[in-house]
Design a protein around this ligand. Sequence first.
Ligand code: NAD
Length: 544
Amino acid sequence: MTDISADAQAPAAGTAGRNPAAPGGGRTVGAAVTPAVIARLARGVTADGSAGTADTIAPLTGEKLAELPLSGPVDVERAFRQARAAQPAWAALPVRRRAAVLLRFHDLLLKRQDEVLDLIQAETGKARLHAFEEVMAVASAARHYGRKAASYLRDRRRGGAVPGLTSAVEARRPKGVVGQISPWNYPFELSVGDALPAFVAGNAVVNKPDTQTALTALWARELFVEAGLPAEIWQIVLGDGPVVGPEVVDRADYVAFTGSTRTGREVAQKAAARLVGASLELGGKNAMLVLADADLDRAAEGAVRACFSSAGQLCISIERLYVHRSVAEDFLARFAARTAALRLGGGLAYGADMGSLVSPRQLETVGRHVEEAVKAGATVLAGGRARPDLGPLFYEPTILDGVTPQMAVCAEETFGPVVSIYRFDTDDEAVAAANATPYGLNSSVWTRDTRRGRAVAARLRTGTVNVNEAYAAAYGSVASPMGGMGESGLGRRHGSEGILRYTEAQTVAVQRILPIGPSMGLDDEAFARLFTTGLKAMKAFRLK
Ligand code: NAD
């Protein structure tokens, strides 16, 4: 089923050995994701059946996984109508009642995580450990917003226009119905993880996940409803992105989009034309810097996670690795050995270090980037070939050296298990090279001196920087914002920004005793004089 050339399957020059297969074990996709499970989850799609169906595949085997109903414009309209009708009653509940639903969801998730780990693996082909990252991320966000939403959303007293006479309160009102569009690569985190703060802020959500990974989103919805979310508050519509996506954007009061920079631009333009806000979590070409004083064993171990988690199909994974020339050979020996030892596999059980790619399209891009680079003179330090012996979409974790700017892999997002190595002589040079990209999502700095690490971080133009970690330290710090600079996006998830984006600020000011205008016999000029004195006094008394 995969359309890869013989060249892409052949070992590229310079590779020694092949990655071992992970020990077998675990249930098969067919045993875990049964027709009964699929039929039950498919009932959660808002679709009347007239728009047809689409098949999804299990990337681990290439076999058909599910046939799912698609939503037409009429279905999207109905999803919004139902969500809009239910939203006011949901928003009228005290925040603590909504937050309690998130906390119950947290507990149910941890208890029943195996169900969703199976689905994530079945739909994406990733290793179970990488599927578990999604459980960690969602549980952390559910706990955080479950505990902190009331404080993020509470009314805040602000200084009034005239001290003593005006009182002002900043309130947060829900946007209404949020349109959320999510990709396939982290289907649990990027559907429910981003919806959690929208719900707790009093919104309904119409979500369009990628069809390939819709079962995971549908499972999340089912669990949320079990935790107490009214079913109408979360609608799921499915369909071709360029067809159904715009239908969602056209009706939403706010758009939360995660996906490629190319699609993000289209979504942003549509949202702007309607004057609705949008957060855009987009692509990256993330850099890791190994400074001269780094602990090379830790850095090599971290680089493996940074580059090959979810087979590199992770927006914050590392595709450019800058290493100080003085330690480059020592570091690369460690990194290449660890990479070549990664066990590839696709059982629905822990034990594999890396799984499969998700689609023939991903395999094609990865194979093309590597082949082109090798043909143009790059050297393969590890990996560099597809592994059809393990499954139709497996590709070895790959390290390329000698990559030059003419090669696509140098600047384009591969979104696969491929990293390019570059050497540097000074921190300034490394920072300049890392910043020489239109993207700005994540970066990683390795040094034994954390002060130096923080100083380098401050000069990197990325929304998150991890010192002595790949990506999980910043991403998992859910009280802090996460998102992209430059072409990596607009807006942030997590922290106060991650929830306040789903609200409108409303200032309610109450005026007492005297109006803000001429009164009590003052003419305009006398009022202006009096107010001028008042303004000077406010500055003298340091009123803000
Ligand atoms: P994509 O842009 O092709 O698709 C993302 C979603 O948008 C899918 O649900 C798709 O159906 C939908 N879509 C497609 N065309 C649309 C249109 N015209 N209007 C509205 N919606 C449309 O991206 P992808 O290939 O599925 O995902 C991979 C990309 O996502 C990578 O670039 C990756 O870096 C990025 N990503 C970013 C983050 C982040 O947090 N910054 C997280 C995960 C993935």
